[in-house]
Write a protein that binds this ligand. Structure first.
Ligand SMILES: Cc1cc2nc3c(=O)[nH]c(=O)nc-3n(C[C@H](O)[C@H](O)[C@H](O)COP(=O)(O)O)c2cc1C
Length: 196
């Protein structure tokens, strides 16, 4: 779903880092967005992600947060991102935990991250949910369907192999590149495309 004619482009995007495995996907998205001129990147980090990001990536939370222009603690609601009057072009939760999926699918906005997702849905803005869990229960599948029906783009963290990735970095780039593309931005060389 596009930011439509009712809203001017703000050149502002939101990235949510939740406590699902796959923090490296979010970090790669942040690194790529940081290099884009004139783009204001807001980052929301959940309580669970504060522990998981350093554990999985070997990078300090501060190092990761430095990739964004503005950083918001998901435990605190005092942020313009809690309001629909603050314009953003797109939001992605990458990786998105199944807990956050469930909350957003049921209209629960009890953290800044879940509230910002709810705002994206009600304002009909582009919301990319990169769910990371394996396997998925019927409950998870229903919640993801609800999000899709509500206008979100559900993008599981599942890289393709037809471009011949050779390293873990290549696989991470493929997912991160697709996420950026789904946000309506140009991922550049990060996303290798299929050449038959
Ligand atoms: C090491 C570790 C890995 C986890 N991986 C996942 C995961 O891949 N997917 C998921 O949905 N939850 C995962 N969880 C559980 C979430 O962190 C937990 O449900 C948390 O409450 C999510 O909160 P948040 O969505 O606010 O970040 C993991 C937890 C730990 C400690």
């Amino acid at each position: 779903m596009d930011t439509d004619d009712r809203e001017m482009r703000s050149n502002r995007v939101v990235i949510g880092l939740s406590g699902a495995s796959g923090a490296i996907y979010g970090v790669r998205v942040l690194e790529t967005l940081a290099a884009m001129p004139d783009l204001e990147v807001h980052l929301i980090v959940t309580e669970a992600a504060r522990t998981l990001v350093p554990q999985e990536t070997g990078r300090s939370l501060e190092e990761v947060q430095d990739l964004a222009d503005k950083v918001w603690d998901s435990r605190r609601m005092e942020s313009p991102l809690a309001s629909g009057s603050f314009l953003v072009d797109a939001m992605a939760v990458v990786p998105c935990s199944i807990s956050t999926v469930a909350k957003v699918a049921h209209g629960i906005g009890d953290t800044l991250l879940t509230r910002a997702c709810a705002v994206s849905l009600k304002e009909r803005r582009r919301l990319v949910i990169v769910a990371r869990e394996m396997p998925l229960s019927t409950v998870d599948l229903r919640n993801l369907t609800t999000l899709s029906e509500a206008g979100a783009v559900v993008a599981v963290a599942s890289p393709s192999f037809y471009t011949g990735p050779e390293t873990v970095d290549d696989l991470v780039d493929l997912v991160a590149g697709r996420v950026i593309q789904l946000m309506g931005l140009d991922p550049g060389p990060l996303l290798k495309r299929y050449v038959p």
